[in-house]
Design a binder for this molecule. Structure first.
Ligand SMILES: Cc1cc2nc3c(=O)[nH]c(=O)nc-3n(C[C@H](O)[C@H](O)[C@H](O)COP(=O)(O)OP(=O)(O)OC[C@H]3O[C@@H](n4cnc5c(N)ncnc54)[C@H](O)[C@@H]3O)c2cc1C
Length: 465
């Protein structure tokens, strides 16, 4: 991605014509974009004819980059927030338009599942989609930890250990579709890859897509994932490889899967695996293994399956059975990475009208199952802050301070979790035989308490309205 700090002539001319954050933005919640080319400027009250002097530039109040969990959840929270404020907005003639840009041709349909804990479910309820998802996915009652030979080391019931806990593994594709279906039908522009970003002289941001289309945005929300081009532009370093990789897949049992609703973990040396029922016909599994380097990217599913099976050949046989029943398009191998957001040295996640959400800002290892849960929390908190500032003033300064306030609130949540997830992962990937024996014979059976390990799921976000 090209990084440009000065405005080009096009942006300058636009800025001269169009002062940002005019005191009253006009109500425009449902964009009337043309289906064939969503980037043809349209006439709306937010985009009056007088401002359409540049043929190829689309103006938006808010642009969300990336239609993953963070992007869709943020767009939906903004939409819900403004729905809630609807009467007020009409009264004050205050409103915003927002658009989601996604580089892919469609929502990601492949992939496996994510385990969501009660903090994630609270946000999904806040967005109004919790029950739609609950009806499709099994509630997981507890957790069993086993040794490599299948011997049970310990078992827990979630509700005994953590009050009101709710755990379900949710198919990623279903979660994405569910969020997207709640948005106006034209809210997401697919095949829209952000290629260049630059700040204009007056604080707006000019975005250029791969096909040359330009957008001028008052607020840009970077939800562009772990390799976020926007984070890079804001000065963030690449996420760091943590020394282990994960195989993941979704076993398919067309006649019904036979497992109890529990998370099953198997702890080995420098190697661990797990599986959990997702729905009446699907079971998610993973294998985490130590590796000095991330290794080459492998897309051949049969090769991935073979490598995964090799790792757990002598382990409890149900694991091999689930791997065997995994369709090719759901098996993946991912090097695990994170980024620690040290105070002072880490760049700001909110700079002018640009802000980061989800993995784009705080990639964390999956050892606590909190990456997506935190992206959902980010979304509801950011939307709440933005709605509040637009409601009271809508001036650039109040928007910028809302973004800063989001960053401050969320940093205190995501930085410790990133470290904790990393430490938990390192402990679970121990290779030393003596330490592993102590873990399996003393720590897991007699010392570990699940409640404190799930304490972070008690986090409550302020509701949208
Ligand atoms: C092995 C593993 C297991 C995990 N398990 C769990 C779990 O159990 N529970 C949990 O809560 N979390 C889990 N996570 C974490 C979770 O997957 C992530 O935190 C979550 O997917 C982040 O969502 P996101 O929207 O921020 O990023 P992404 O899902 O990566 O979405 C980013 C989107 O931006 C788009 N994009 C990127 N660049 C551009 C561009 N230039 N222009 C336009 N669009 C662009 C991408 O196409 C993509 O659609 C796990 C992660 C891993 C690796």
């Amino acid at each position: 991605m090209a990084v440009t700090s000065t405005s080009n002539s096009l942006a300058t001319s636009l800025v001269l014509l169009h002062s940002p954050f005019q005191s009253h933005l006009h109500l425009h919640l449902h964009l009337q974009r043309r289906r064939t080319n969503p980037f043809i400027p349209i006439r709306t009250r937010a985009n009056p004819i007088s401002s359409l002097t540049q043929q190829d530039v689309r103006k938006e109040d808010i642009v969300v980059v990336g239609a993953g969990i963070a992007g869709l959840a943020t767009a939906l929270c903004l939409h819900r927030g403004y729905e809630f404020l609807g009467v007020l907005l009409l009264l004050t003639r205050l409103g915003v338009s927002s658009a989601v840009l996604e580089q892919g041709e469609s929502l990601r349909t492949s992939g496996t599942s994510l385990t969501l804990f009660k903090n994630g479910w609270r946000v999904l309820d806040e967005m109004g989609v919790g029950d739609k998802l609950r009806s499709q996915f099994v509630e997981i009652q507890g957790m069993v930890i086993k040794a490599e030979d299948g011997k049970e080391l310990r078992s827990f019931k979630f509700k005994d250990e953590s009050e009101g806990q709710e755990v379900r593994a949710v198919e990623r594709s279903v979660l994405l579709e569910t969020l997207a279906n709640e948005l106006p039908s034209d809210a997401i522009s697919f095949s829209s890859k952000l290629a260049n970003i630059e700040r204009t002289g007056t604080g707006e941001t000019l975005l250029e897509l791969g096909d040359g289309t330009q957008l001028l945005a008052k607020i840009v929300i970077g939800c562009d994932g772990i390799r976020s081009p926007i984070a890079k532009w804001m000065g963030f370093s690449e996420p760091q490889y943590v020394g282990h990789c994960a195989f993941r897949g979704l076993g398919f049992y067309p006649d019904g899967q036979p497992f109890e609703p529990k998370v099953n973990y198997v702890y080995g040396r420098g190697l661990r695996a797990g599986y959990v029922p997702v729905s009446p016909t699907k079971v998610y599994w993973f294998i985490c293994f130590n590796s000095p380097s991330p290794g080459p990217k492998i897309t051949d599913a049969s090769m991935l399956k073979k490598q995964a099976c090799e790792l757990v050949r002598s382990w409890p046989s149900e694991l091999l059975d689930i791997i065997d029943k995994t369709p090719d398009d759901t098996i993946i191998r991912t090097p695990l990475v994170d980024r620690w957001l040290w105070p002072i040295t880490s760049p700001s996640a909110a700079s002018g009208g640009v802000v980061l959400v989800g993995d784009a800002w705080h990639p964390m290892t999956p050892n606590l199952g909190q990456g997506a849960c935190c992206a959902l929390e980010d979304a509801v908190i950011l939307a709440g802050k933005l709605a509040g500032s637009l409601q009271t003033a809508g001036l650039p300064e109040s928007i910028y301070s809302a973004l800063k306030s989001y960053e401050t609130e969320r940093w205190g949540r995501v930085f410790p979790l990133t470290i904790r997830a990393n430490v938990v992962g390192s402990l679970l990937q121990w290779e030393n035989p003596i330490i592993c024996a102590v873990r399996n014979n003393v720590i897991v059976p007699k010392v570990v308490r699940l409640g404190p390990l799930l304490e972070h799921t008690n986090y409550i976000c302020e509701p949208l309205g």
